[in-house]
Unconditional design. Structure first.
Length: 661
C-alpha cells in the first residue's frame, strides 16, 4: 500500500506560556525573536498573561526551534496547548472499524485525544504541543487496513466530498440494479415456492450461476474488507456477513445527504467581491479580500464578508443568519455579516473578518463539530462493537463444533454457524446509531436548525418546553398591508392608488408591502416622476392620476409636518395601530395629510396548527420576543400560546433560556 504523505496546514496556531518576563519590554523582545523565525506569521506576546500565540507554518520550523530562539533572549517558552487535525478515514464499514482506528491513533506518542466517527468517515485528533508525525499516524492506520488523509479546506473540500459521495452512490446503484433481478430469480428457484422445479438439477446449477455475481461482484466491498481485516488479524462486521447491498446503498445515501448540509452552508457565501481599489471597482474572488478592504455592495448582491458600513444606507436580509425574514436597516456604523443580502441601497463596507473568522464560517464549524463528536450512546455502541465481533465469531465456531462433534453433522453445523453470524450481525448498533445521529444533525442544518452536538439529539426525549421567537417563526416575517384609513372626505381607492404608485418606486420592505397591496386592490398603478428617497423618513414624488400631477409624500409623520398636522381621526387611528404593534404610514398629497396605511407582520396560516401539534407531543410552548407586551400577547392569543416573555433584548435571550431550564 502506498504511503500517504501528510503535511500540516500553513497557518497553525500554537499557544505557549512564557517564563521569565518581568515587564512589557520583555514581551516585545520575545515577540521580535519569534517573528524572525522561518514560517512564523502573526505573533502576539502578552506580558499580563505571560502567554504567546504564534501563527506558524510547521513545514518551515519546529516547536523546538521556536523554544531555542526564545531561550537565546533569556526566556523560556513552554507549549500550553495542542493542535487539532481532522482526517478522512477510508475503508471503514462499521462501528468496530472506527473503534479500531481510534485505538491505534490513541496509542501513538504525541496524540492527546482521538475520536473516530464511522458515520462521517472522519477522525479528529488533538495533538500534544510537541506534536506528532502525521505520516507515522497514517502508516499505523494503513497497517490495519484503513486509509488516513488530512481533510482539505473550504470550497475544494466540499467539492471533493460531493464528488466522492456521488461516485459511491453510483457504484452501489450499479450493484443494486444487478443484484435485485438475480436475487428474485434465485428466490423463485428455491423450495420456498411450489413451482416444482427446485429439485431439478438444472435449477441448482442455475442458482449457483446467478448467485456468483451477487456474491463476488455485488458483495465484493464486504469481502475485500473482511480480507483486509484478516490480514491484520482483526475483524469487523464485514467478517460476519456481506450486509445486504440495498441497505448499504441506503446508508451511503443518507450519509451523503447529511454531508450536503455543510456544503449547502458553504455555498451560501458570495463567490466574488466588488473591491474598491484606487477609487475604482474591481471584481475579485472573495478569497482575496483581506481585513480593512473596502467593498461596494449593490442592491440584490450578497455581502461578501463580515464588515462595517462606512457609507450608504440600505435594508439587509439577514434571514440566513438570524431567521428573521424582515430586512434590517443598515447605515454608516452598522455591522453586516457575510452571505446576507443587500436588498435596496448601495453600501460601502469595510471588511472586519474574512475566511474562517466570519459568522458563516463559524456556523459551518458548529455543524462540523456536531457531526464530528459522538453522543454518549454512540460511544457505548463503539465499545460494544469492538468486542462484539470476536464474541460472535467464537459463538459461531462453538456452534459448528457442537453440531460437527456432538450432532455428527458438519453440514448442519455450517448452516447453524452461518445463522449465528447473520442473526447476530449488530447492524442496528454499528450502523443505524451513528448514521441516525449524522442524518439528524445534517437534516437540522438543512432546515436552519443548528444542533450543537449529538448529545442534544439524545436529550430531546427529556424536553418539556419549547421556546419560539415571534418574527419569521410564528409570523410570516413579511410585511403585509392590513388596513387603509382615509381622512374625512377622502376616497380610499384614490389614497391607495397615489401611495401605492409612489411606494412601488422604492425598494424598502414596507414600501413593497404597500405597493403589493395597492396593486391587488386597484390594479395597475400610475407613473411616478421626480422620485426622491428622504433618508429615514420616507419618499416623495410626483404621481400623475387622471391627467393631473400630484405632489405626494409617504412615510413618517415628520415628513408631512412641513405641510400640515394630522387630523384628529388619523392621530387616533395611528395610536391604535401602533398599540397593536403595527406600523402606520402617513400619506399626503398637494399640501395636506390625506390618510394612513397600516402594515404588519402577519401570523402564519400554519402556526396555530403547529402549536397544537407541539402540545399534543406534551410540550409547553413559550413565546419569547423583543416586541412589546401587547403585540406579543396579541400574536400568542392567535396561535394558542399562553406563556409570553416580551421586550427581551437579543443579548438577554440566552439568560432567559437558562432561567427556564
Amino acid at each position: 500500500m502506498a504511503e500517504t504523505t501528510l503535511t500540516p496546514t500553513n497557518d497553525t496556531t500554537l499557544d505557549f506560556d512564557v517564563e521569565g518576563m518581568t515587564c512589557g519590554s520583555c514581551a516585545a523582545r520575545v515577540q521580535r525573536a519569534l517573528a524572525k523565525q522561518p514560517g512564523v506569521g502573526q505573533v502576539d506576546v502578552n506580558f499580563a498573561t505571560s502567554k504567546a500565540r504564534v501563527g506558524v507554518d510547521l513545514r518551515h520550523t519546529t516547536v523546538a526551534d521556536l523554544q531555542a530562539a526564545v531561550a537565546k533572549t533569556g526566556y523560556t517558552l513552554v507549549p500550553s496547548g495542542g493542535r487539532t487535525v481532522d482526517f478522512d478515514v477510508q475503508r471503514m464499514t462499521c462501528g468496530s472499524c472506527a473503534a479500531r482506528v481510534q485505538r491505534v491513533l490513541l496509542h501513538h506518542e504525541g496524540v492527546r485525544e482521538a475520536e473516530v466517527n464511522f458515520a462521517t468517515g472522519r477522525a479528529r485528533v488533538i495533538l500534544e504541543p510537541t506534536g506528532a508525525d502525521l505520516d507515522v499516524l497514517a502508516d499505523a492506520v494503513s497497517r490495519i487496513g484503513y486509509g488516513l488523509a488530512q481533510v482539505g479546506e473550504g470550497a475544494t473540500r466540499g467539492h471533493d466530498a460531493a464528488a466522492e459521495e456521488d461516485a459511491l452512490r453510483r457504484r452501489w446503484l450499479r450493484r443494486v440494479i444487478l443484484a435485485w433481478p438475480l436475487a428474485l430469480i434465485v428466490l423463485g428457484l428455491s423450495p420456498m415456492f411450489p413451482f416444482g422445479i427446485a429439485e431439478e438439477p438444472w435449477a441448482r446449477w442455475a442458482s449457483l450461476a446467478l448467485t456468483v455475481p451477487v456474491q463476488f461482484y455485488v458483495g465484493w466491498p464486504f469481502l475485500a474488507g473482511a480480507a483486509k481485516r484478516a490480514r491484520s488479524l482483526s475483524a469487523n462486521m464485514d467478517t460476519l456477513i456481506a450486509i445486504g447491498t440495498l441497505s448499504a446503498f441506503s446508508e451511503a445515501r443518507a450519509k451523503g445527504r447529511a454531508g450536503q448540509a455543510i456544503r449547502a452552508l458553504l455555498e451560501l457565501g458570495a463567490k466574488e467581491a466588488r473591491l474598491i481599489r484606487d477609487g475604482q471597482e474591481v471584481m475579485v474572488p472573495v478569497e482575496q479580500v483581506v481585513v480593512g478592504d473596502h467593498l461596494r455592495v449593490r442592491p440584490g448582491e450578497k455581502i461578501p464578508t463580515d464588515g462595517l458600513v462606512v457609507d450608504g444606507s440600505s435594508a439587509v436580509d439577514e434571514s440566513m443568519l438570524t431567521g428573521e425574514s424582515v430586512p434590517v436597516e443598515k447605515s454608516q456604523g452598522s455591522t453586516v455579516a457575510g452571505a446576507t443580502v443587500n436588498t435596496s441601497g448601495v453600501l460601502t463596507v469595510e471588511a472586519t473578518a474574512v475566511g474562517a473568522d466570519t459568522a458563516l464560517a463559524q456556523i459551518v464549524k458548529l455543524v462540523e463539530d456536531a457531526q464530528a463528536s459522538k453522543a454518549p450512546v454512540q460511544r457505548l455502541v463503539d465499545r460494544i462493537s469492538a468486542v462484539f465481533v470476536p464474541v460472535v465469531l467464537g459463538v459461531a465456531t462453538l456452534t459448528f463444533l457442537a453440531w460437527a462433534t456432538l450432532g455428527g453433522d458438519p453440514v448442519k453445523g455450517i448452516v447453524a454457524a452461518v445463522a449465528v453470524l447473520i442473526i447476530a450481525c449488530p447492524c442496528a448498533l454499528g450502523l443505524a446509531t451513528p448514521t441516525a445521529l449524522m442524518v439528524g444533525t445534517g437534516r437540522g442544518a438543512q432546515l436552519g436548525i443548528l444542533i450543537k452536538g449529538p448529545e442534544v439529539l439524545e436529550s430531546t426525549r427529556r424536553v418539556d418546553t419549547i421556546v419560539l421567537d415571534k418574527t419569521g417563526t410564528v409570523t410570516t416575517g413579511q410585511m403585509t398591508l392590513l388596513d387603509v384609513v382615509p381622512a374625512a372626505g377622502e376616497d380610499p381607492r384614490r389614497l391607495l392608488t397615489l401611495a401605492g404608485a409612489l411606494e412601488d418606486a422604492s425598494e424598502h420592505p414596507i414600501a413593497q408591502a404597500i405597493a403589493r397591496g395597492a396593486a391587488e386592490q386597484v390594479g395597475t398603478l400610475p407613473s411616478v416622476g421626480d422620485f426622491t428617497n428622504v433618508e429615514g423618513l420616507g419618499v416623495r414624488g410626483v404621481v400623475t392620476l387622471d391627467g393631473t400631477d400630484h405632489a405626494v409624500l409617504v412615510g413618517r409623520t415628520r415628513l408631512l409636518a412641513e405641510w400640515s398636522q394630522l387630523p384628529a381621526e388619523l392621530e387616533l387611528a395611528k395610536g391604535e395601530a401602533e398599540a397593536q404593534g403595527r406600523t402606520a404610514v402617513t400619506v399626503g398629497w398637494d399640501g395636506a395629510a390625506r390618510g394612513l396605511l397600516v402594515v404588519a407582520d402577519a401570523v402564519k396560516d400554519t402556526s396555530a396548527e403547529a402549536i397544537q401539534q407541539l402540545r399534543d407531543l406534551g410540550l409547553t410552548p413559550v413565546l419569547l420576543t423583543g416586541d412589546n407586551e401587547r403585540v406579543a400577547r396579541s400574536v400568542a392569543a392567535q396561535v394558542g400560546i399562553e406563556q409570553v416573555i416580551a421586550e427581551v433584548m437579543p443579548q438577554d435571550k440566552v439568560e432567559t433560556i437558562k432561567r427556564l431550564q
